[in-house]
Design a protein around this ligand. Structure first.
Ligand SMILES: [Zn+2]
Ligand SMILES: [Zn+2]
Length: 444
């Protein structure tokens, strides 16, 4: 009989490094246990296959199917059970009709699960995203994408793996973007639930573009509050190195409370126009696409701060409505580089920098929260105001770099953060928040 071995007392006695090591050890153990559960669930599914009729294991146990049986046995949610079955089945070795052993459907993922390197959430997205793309994707590309995602997931947190998987899916199947987008739009919904505490909870499902609109409003509202007292309050109001004003951040409300207040102010304004909303700076919605996609309307576009890409068609419609200013990226950056002439990065430079790092390079917070940092400091190191020397950081990570001795290097476009020795005596670099660019082989 397995029992938990950590108690309040034993946890309290651990040193900091023992505490972190023990947690890492248990998480590893959990990944291994999860991989076992997935394998066993796949076997349950195999013995419950529909061709066995009333002889199937699930029917004999009076369950409606394999996942339902796993739910009963494990007392877990339906979603978790289905995920174990899916991951287990996609990574199980197969046998052909003639009795020949075949590779699993996802061989690289199977390897990574077998070594206990991948948590279930990451394994699930590595399967579900390419599965959506596979009817239209090239087989070789599917293999390349799976290998890249499995490798990435061995060392990266599951949230980042999800972003990478979405990105792979859309590279694999750019034709499917429009229909997926329609599907997402049709699933929009707002519902209210009254909680026992007397609070009401709103659940609002939004497609990527609508979400960007709402989120942009909220982020701008909060940032405006954070920066009150400053002259300009646009998206491109960068703070120079070391000048971030901590006192401006001392609003005692939490971000979530501010977000709620902002939405309420908006509703109050709409329902009674004599009430005024606090003055808001205009927000720039940054949409990124290739010139080719802009001209043809084919392919994808991304909106800064939104995980899901939108179709190029939608982006073009937005452009027609808003009167856009296209900035064509991808050319040489020399015209954007300012060298030592100027200390502050310009708005155009920030756009180009966000093309390389679309979020806070350390933690993935949305671009509106970021300030541009000189990797080699302007004053201390004589660093240049050039794209290659720039990295977007949220204010909290920006502070960590300036005040707490974190250092930054970039390698192949990936930012690495080197902790100060007070945090890690070995100063092992930590990968920043950045997903790899995937390249597919050329097809004949
Ligand atoms: Zn950050
Ligand atoms: Zn800085």
């Amino acid at each position: 009989m397995a029992t938990p071995s950590v108690t309040d007392v034993s946890a309290a006695r651990l040193t900091d490094s023992e505490l972190m090591r023990t947690l890492a050890d248990r998480c590893e153990r959990r990944r291994c246990d999860d991989a076992d559960i997935a394998r066993l669930s796949a076997e349950i599914a195999e013995r419950s296959r529909s061709s066995l009729g009333s002889n199937s294991l699930a029917s004999r146990m009076r369950a409606s199917g394999a996942a339902a049986l796993v739910v009963t046995i494990g007392r877990i949610t339906r979603v978790d059970a289905a995920r174990y079955v899916t991951v287990g089945s996609a990574t199980a070795a197969r046998v052909s009709i003639t009795g020949q052993a075949l590779e699993p459907r996802y061989p690289y993922l199977a390897d990574a699960l077998a070594t206990g390197d991948i948590p279930m959430d990451a394994a699930a997205v590595i399967i579900s995203n390419p599965d959506q793309a596979s009817p239209r994707a090239h087989d070789d590309d599917l293999v390349v994408a799976e290998a890249a995602m499995a490798e990435f997931a061995r060392s990266q947190p599951a949230d980042l793996v999800r972003r990478f998987a979405i990105c792979c899916r859309d590279r694999l199947d750019s034709d499917g973007i429009a229909s997926r987008e329609e599907d997402l739009v049709s699933r929009r919904a707002l519902s209210f639930v009254e909680l026992a505490s007397g609070m009401s909870r709103l659940t609002w499902d939004l497609d990527p573009l609508s979400a960007a609109t709402v989120r942009g409003f909220v982020d701008t509202y909060i940032n405006t509050l954070h920066h009150t007292g400053k002259k300009s309050q646009s998206l491109f109001d960068f703070q120079s190195d070391g000048e971030t004003d901590l006192n401006a951040l001392r609003d005692i409300r939490t971000r979530k409370q501010m977000a709620s207040d902002g939405m309420l102010e908006l509703f109050a304004h709409v329902s009674n126009c004599s009430t005024t909303v606090s003055p808001m700076p205009k927000r720039t919605l940054v949409v990124r696409m290739t010139l080719d996609s802009l001209l043809t309307g084919l392919g994808e576009a991304t909106v800064d701060g939104v995980e899901q890409p939108i179709s190029a068609g939608t982006a073009r419609r937005m452009a027609a409505e808003a009167g856009i200013i296209p900035i064509v990226m991808g050319g040489p950056s020399e015209i954007l580089d300012l060298g030592r002439e100027q200390r502050l990065f310009t708005p155009k430079q920030k756009l180009a920098i966000l093309e390389i790092h679309p979020t806070c390079a350390a933690c993935g917070r949305p671009p509106e929260w970021t300030e541009v940092h000189h990797i080699r400091w302007y004053q201390r190191d004589g660093g240049r105001t050039d794209i290659a020397n720039a990295i977007p950081l949220c204010s909290s990570d920006h502070h960590a770099v300036h005040d707490n001795g974190w250092e930054i290097t970039t390698k192949d476009g990936v930012p690495w953060f080197i902790p100060p020795s007070a945090v890690d005596i070995y100063r092992t670099p930590r990968r920043g928040h950045s997903i790899p660019r995937i390249l597919f082989p050329a097809h004949a």
